[in-house]
Design a protein around this ligand. Structure first.
Ligand SMILES: [Zn+2]
Length: 233
């Protein structure tokens, strides 16, 4: 899911970036011509917003994948502890669930719009500065490559962070719907887990008393998850 989101967002970003680079080629070949520079800068944002318009339906389908995954996961956990009666019906329309999906879509569209707009601003500054300093085309191209890599990392971060948060929210909704008010904090158990979360591994928390930085998945880039906890365990 995270991978799916990441690859869709990267595809969007790549196609935008290559269009920009094509436009810039017009500007810098055969020699620098700044008569079109403002309209080209203007087009960065226009192009991005056109691409993002078609992207919200993709974000919605990613939300659907995450919902299905979270539901399957939860039902499997209930089955493994012989509590099949607590399983969640994936087709029941829980208002909290649809609210959470809508929030995910609007928040992600907002983040993606900002992501491109900030990238466009940085590119505009970068090219203006390069031109003013009389940098060579090769140097400008190197800067563009660096900038592309920067955006790529940012896109990956958005995908990981948002899918983790959303999965965490859905888990909370499903637990509460099934009457489970506590959970076991489970980390990804690798060296990337932050020390604060490592200390929480396997410990029991209440859904109504979140730790200072939130439930699993809520802190930025958190990959921890919440497993159902039963008092009779
Ligand atoms: Zn964590």
């Amino acid at each position: 899911m995270e991978r799916d989101y990441r690859s869709q967002l990267l595809k969007l970003y790549k196609s935008w970036f290559s269009e920009i680079v094509n436009d810039l080629e017009v500007l810098i070949y055969p020699r620098f011509d700044d008569s079109q520079i403002d309209s080209i800068f203007e087009s960065f944002k226009v192009k991005w917003s056109q691409l993002v318009d078609g992207f919200s339906s993709k974000v919605r389908s990613i939300a659907g994948f995450v919902k299905d995954f979270t539901t399957r996961n939860f039902n499997r956990q209930m089955e493994s502890v012989n509590k099949k009666e607590l399983e969640v019906n994936p087709f029941i329309n829980n208002p909290k669930l649809s609210q959470s999906i809508n929030d995910f879509v609007s928040e992600n569209v907002r983040l993606i719009k900002n992501f491109g707009n900030q990238g466009a601003d940085r590119l505009t500054t970068l090219i203006n500065d390069s031109v003013r300093q009389g940098q060579s085309i090769k140097t400008i191209k190197d800067h563009l490559k660096t900038e592309f890599g920067f955006g790529e990392n940012k896109a990956k971060l958005i995908a990981r962070d948002q899918v983790g948060k959303f999965h965490g929210n859905l888990t909370q909704i499903q637990h509460l719907e099934a009457g489970i008010d506590k959970y076991i904090w489970q980390t990804a158990q690798d060296e990337r887990v932050r020390p604060k979360h490592r200390e929480r591994n396997k410990k029991v928390f209440s859904w109504d008393k979140p730790p200072s930085d939130g439930h699993p998945g809520q802190p930025i880039q958190c990959r921890c998850v919440a497993l159902p906890y039963f008092d009779d365990e």
